[in-house]
Design a protein around this ligand. Structure first.
Ligand code: SF4
Length: 335
């Protein structure tokens, strides 16, 4: 059996804060195969970004990974234990090497006082054996590939001279120029207007099939996931609560939270249909509810069992997984 590109097992991430130890990610496990797009979905505060940053050890200095946590990256017949990487030179294997990350706000990726070209070249000099001239030519080629007109001129400009959509394209060009095996895309289209969003999604899909990389695509928007991902993992308050193929999860959600996210989406075929938001707000991680972490907002809360017993993420038919007592009692997780 082929090894997954990355295998995350029992990932638990806590932060030391003035208020105490906060659990941001709780016992999360998932794999991504080479060439697969996994969509990680959830509201702000669900732990998506902390999970993603863990794959490159990019979380803040006050982070504590539970000792059971494991992240194994399989690249070039090598098995890299990501959480055991310590110093900068070891971490460079994953940061900008085997893994690249693109962010919602591309200004966060570019130093404002250095030209886009110089930043792209510097990254290639660190992560490849190219000469400066080769790195410059390849960077211009990548800018052209992502549809930036006058790429050789744009190469000499600063990030502030680019429009929002153009900056996003430049960031994708920079992230892909080192040919990473895994791309982490953290809300890459959220700040863009809808037409540019569609262009960027199409561009990413094209480049993924050409480069054959795996992608972890993070978003709160199930509509974007439907267009981009092969499989979906839904997170709530640091827990993985449902996984499955896009078709399974979007057509027939099992977990009440996933159903709530879908009911909150506008329906183009029925503009009169009322939007039904998930009631209440996601609780503070300092006040994690007992039992099922969703029980304080769940319209189908079963009472004592939901409020005291943590539901396990159980495998059902066709490799779907759901963490919900109701689903378990109804037999869907065993079918
Ligand atoms: Fe709702 Fe209970 Fe399922 Fe949690 S375990 S999602 S509270 S029904």
């Amino acid at each position: 059996m082929n090894k997954p590109l990355i295998s995350v097992k029992d990932l638990t991430v806590r932060f030391h804060t003035d208020e105490g130890l906060i659990t941001a990610v709780d016992n999360v496990s998932f794999d991504i195969a080479p060439g697969e797009v996994l969509g990680l979905v959830g509201e702000s505060g669900s732990g998506k970004s902390v999970t993603a940053k863990s794959l490159m050890q990019l979380n803040a200095g006050n982070t504590q990974y539970d000792e059971k946590s494991s992240i194994i990256l399989n690249v070039d017949d090598q098995e890299i234990d990501v959480l055991s990487l310590k110093n900068d030179s070891e971490l460079r294997i994953v940061r900008g090497g085997a893994i690249s990350m693109i962010f919602q706000e591309p200004m966060a990726s570019f130093a404002p006082a250095i030209t886009i070209g110089d930043q792209m070249v510097e990254q290639l000099l660190i992560h490849s054996s190219m000469t400066k001239k080769e790195a410059s030519e390849f960077s211009i080629e990548m800018l052209e590939r992502v549809g930036i007109p006058d790429a050789s001129q744009r190469f000499k400009q600063y990030a502030f001279e680019f429009s929002g959509g153009m900056r996003q394209r430049a960031m994708i060009a920079m992230a892909l120029s080192t040919k990473p095996q895994l791309l982490i895309a953290d809300e890459p289209t959220t700040a863009l207007d809808v037409t540019i969003q569609a262009q960027v999604i199409d561009l990413m899909k094209d480049l993924v099939s050409e480069f054959g990389m795996g992608i972890l695509f993070i978003t709160h928007d199930l509509g974007v996931i439907a267009q981009t991902a092969d499989r979906v993992a839904v997170m709530y308050l640091g827990n993985l609560i449902e996984t499955g193929t896009v078709r399974q999860v979007i057509r027939e959600p099992h977990h009440p939270y996933t159903l709530g996210l879908l009911n909150a989406l506008p329906k183009l075929d029925d503009l009169e249909a009322p939007l039904t938001p998930v009631p209440g707000d996601i609780p503070s991680p300092l006040e994690r509810p007992s039992g099922c972490v969703f029980h304080t907002r769940c319209p189908q809360n079963l009472g004592a069992r939901c409020e005291t017993e943590i539901p396990k993420l159980l495998k059902g038919a066709k490799n779907r997984m759901t963490a919900c007592h109701l689903v378990e009692e109804n037999g869907a997780s065993k079918s």
